[in-house]
Write a protein that binds this ligand. Structure first.
Ligand code: ZN
Length: 472
């Protein structure tokens, strides 16, 4: 952690140097808000920037290939998850939430304090005394457009995926606003009864001052729901493919992750998420209906049991989350690697078996790599704890397009139950011509700053996140 990392209006995680580095800079001569004129702004003092950057580092630990910008959604997802974590963490400060609810008269979306990200940072950059936060989760004004239970009117539609352009922050904020809308919808559903008890029409909230007991009840509910949404978002990372992430796939991950833990969904969390994603045209590929069954990842059609990976065969160091030692971890990785790359099973995992035939247009396939094997532990609402093994297997293939050569990454995230049976294979096909074409176009178009050419081949430039934040 380098709180005085460098002079500049930026902060960043770097895998190459293994640090989180925070910049500092003087505020402008006419900053907005409470910022002192020409005062020193330290990004290391901003809650949101710390949360955002730390999330980059943690996500990189879980999904190292999300640092490979192979389509515009990949950097957008890195940005969006950082913003979502920062945003939901706001709601864990109960006093702050209470104050915001008091000011906003119970309307969360009207409260800049809760929804605006990195406000101080934005104010300090302001010229002419007018400030706006760096980014805001609330992309439309007015609660009607922000509550999935209320039909949106024509001029107040949220920004849709296809209209956001291909700048990663703008694109990522479509995802942030989708998840945030589902959150506010659930908070509205859960708090309606409090308004009714207080004799206030919840749809007219924001016009009348609220009693203290009501403010406290609302803040508590908002905090609880935010904590749940934060959990759902973090849990969903386990259900993401290992590479070439698409924003619509995060919906599939959210729905599956939540459905695995909470079957009943009494308040309609998953339905609210599907609705807010659909309203932004964040539609997952290969999903024909926006229903829970269609959106969920499906178990493999053939039952697959991996020898050596049942919980009865794993050796732990006291806690199922900790393998006994490096040898045990290596043994688990070998058991998985042997199984998925065997000619009989490779096709289920979208792996090119080392002895197998190369897909069309592929000149070379690397050996499959087991990136990680981890135990995931998820607490159910009834207190039961569910365990799974989560592993990622990746493989890269060199593809030719005209005179160009580039690597396409594929493989799968494998979820394995305590009996060694595969629950999900969340894969990325190496032989998909669409994916290859999309990556080729992106590397020559919007993602060109991240790549350079070495002869015929596209090679990643170092410092992906630094480049990414350079845009913001
Ligand atoms: Zn970022």
């Amino acid at each position: 952690m380098r709180p005085f990392g460098f002079k500049g209006r930026n902060a960043g995680y770097s895998r190459e140097t293994g640090d989180l580095s925070f910049g500092y800079f003087p505020a402008g001569t006419r900053p907005a808000g409470f910022t002192v004129r020409k005062g020193l702004i330290c990004t290391a003092l901003s809650h949101d920037i710390i949360a955002h950057e730390t999330t980059h580092a943690l996500l990189d630990g879980l999904r190292s290939q999300f640092m490979l910008p192979t389509n515009v959604d990949v950097p957008a997802f890195h940005e969006a998850l950082g913003d979502l974590v920062a945003l939901f963490l706001h709601f864990t400060y109960e006093e702050v939430v209470e104050q915001a609810i008091r000011t906003a008269g119970g309307v969360f979306t009207r409260s800049g304090l809760l929804a605006d990200l990195a406000r101080e940072f934005g104010y300090a950059r302001a010229r002419g005394g007018r400030g706006a936060a760096l980014r805001s989760a609330v992309d439309v004004d007015g609660v009607a457009a922000f509550d999935s239970d209320v039909a949106a009117d024509r001029d107040r539609r949220p920004v849709c995926y296809e209209d956001a352009g291909d700048e990663p922050h703008a694109l990522g904020s479509v995802l942030v606003s989708a998840v945030f809308e589902a959150f506010t919808t659930i908070v509205s559903r859960k708090t309606e009864r409090y308004f009714q008890m207080a004799g206030i029409n919840p749809r007219a909230a924001g016009t009348a001052p609220l009693g203290e007991a009501l403010v406290k009840a609302l803040a508590k509910e908002a905090k609880d729901v935010a904590t749940q949404f934060l959990d759902i978002c973090i849990r969903a990372v386990d259900y993401c493919p290992p590479s070439d992430m698409e924003l619509g796939e995060f919906l599939r991950a959210l729905i599956t992750a939540d459905g695995d833990v909470e079957q009943s969904d009494r308040w309609g969390y998953r339905e609210a998420l599907m609705r807010s994603f659909r309203r932004r045209n964040l539609f997952p590929d290969h999903v024909r209906f926006m229903t829970e069954d269609a959106v969920r990842w499906q178990p493999p059609q053939t039952p697959l049991v991996i020898p050596g990976l049942a919980f009865s065969e794993l050796r732990f160091a006291g806690d199922p989350g900790r393998p006994a030692d490096a040898d045990e971890l290596m043994r688990q990785a070998r058991a998985l690697g042997t199984f998925v790359s065997s000619p009989a099973h490779a096709r289920h995992f979208q792996i090119v078996a080392p002895s197998g035939r190369l897909p069309a247009r592929v000149t070379q396939a690397s050996p499959p790599t087991v990136q990680s094997v981890r135990v995931s532990r998820r607490a159910q609402p009834n207190g039961d704890v569910l365990f799974d093994l989560v592993a990622e297997v990746t493989q890269s293939c060199t593809v030719t397009r005209g005179n160009d050569l580039f690597d396409v990454n594929g493989g799968c995230t494998v979820m394995i139950d305590p009996y060694g049976q595969v629950r999900y294979i969340i894969h990325k096909r190496l032989d998909s011509e669409n994916r290859q074409n999309r990556q080729h176009a992106a590397m020559r178009g919007p993602l060109a700053p991240y790549w350079r050419r070495a002869g015929r081949k596209f090679v990643l430039r170092p410092g992906m996140l630094k480049r990414l934040h350079g845009h913001g």
